[in-house]
Design a protein around this ligand. Structure first.
Ligand code: SF4
Length: 259
């Protein structure tokens, strides 16, 4: 498939999700992604995004969103200078709080990360300054994944995307869609597949002049159906091929139960 074909499919999907919207929520959601700019975020806002990614791991996005106000209260607004000093006593108190996600490993990771984050701020002056000293986006990814806890390969991409850097989050939704479209041979998160996802997404970005976060948002809404924004997922766990605009999709007649 040539670059242009990827973009044609992207545009078909974009048209479909915009037509499904019952309000302007799709436009708003995508606009927020387009406008995200890491330089507008201070250090606490960036640490908050990192912690949100950790809490979101393995959870439906809406569950975390609903608990987020209580999580912010419990974690003192994610002020890393406060959180880094927490001990077993604070962990036990958090574990009793029924209004938050009570996952001890995640709580411990956030306290550990607060210490590392503060060390990084002391070393560079700010997270922005740390970013500005790095020339290679992939090296930023490797550094973050290695130095912080509970951030794996995919969740680190999610964090970098959420702070406004030009990244996709090649999660299971995106990999499943790309596989169904015939762009990947499997849904594995191996490096070959991730590189292919980035190559395709870059080509769409070059054609459309849209950033990767926006493109990620279009595909993600189409196949995850984030309920705050969409009334349904077109290519979710149960694909609705009968209403899908992607006529040339290689999986249109597939039995999805065997995926
Ligand atoms: S035709 Fe079906 S499998 Fe293909 S992208 Fe559309 S909903 Fe998904």
């Amino acid at each position: 498939m040539n670059k242009n074909s990827y973009t044609i499919t992207f545009n078909q999907i974009l048209r479909r999700i915009k037509n499904l919207s019952i309000s302007t929520r799709v436009e708003e959601h995508l606009q927020i992604r387009e406008d995200l700019n890491s330089s507008a975020l201070d250090d606490i806002a960036i640490f908050k995004k990192m912690s949100a990614v950790i809490f979101s791991s393995g959870f439906n996005a809406t569950v975390v969103k609903d608990m987020w106000p209580e999580l912010k209260i419990a974690f003192k607004g994610f002020d890393f200078e406060i959180v880094e000093g927490w001990t077993e006593k604070e962990i036990e108190e958090l574990m009793k709080n029924k209004k938050i996600i009570r996952n001890k490993n995640k709580i411990k990771a956030i306290i550990f990360n607060a210490k590392v984050f503060n060390e990084l701020i002391k070393e560079y002056g700010s997270f922005q300054k740390f970013l500005s000293k790095q020339c290679d986006p992939e090296k930023i990814h490797t550094y973050i994944e290695k130095r912080f806890h509970y951030l794996g390969k995919i969740t680190t991409y999610d964090f970098l995307k959420r702070i406004g850097l030009n990244f996709m989050k090649p999660d299971i939704h995106i990999r499943r869609l790309y596989k169904r479209l015939g762009w990947l041979n499997s849904m594995s998160d191996n490096n070959k597949n991730l590189n292919k996802i980035f190559e395709i997404s870059d080509s769409i970005s070059n054609d459309t002049k849209l950033n990767l976060n926006y493109i990620d948002g279009v595909f993600w809404l189409f196949c995850s159906g984030y309920k705050d924004v969409m009334t349904m997922a077109v290519c979710g766990a149960v694909p609705k091929c009968n209403i899908c605009y992607v006529n040339h999709c290689k999986s249109r007649e597939v039995n999805f139960k065997n995926e």
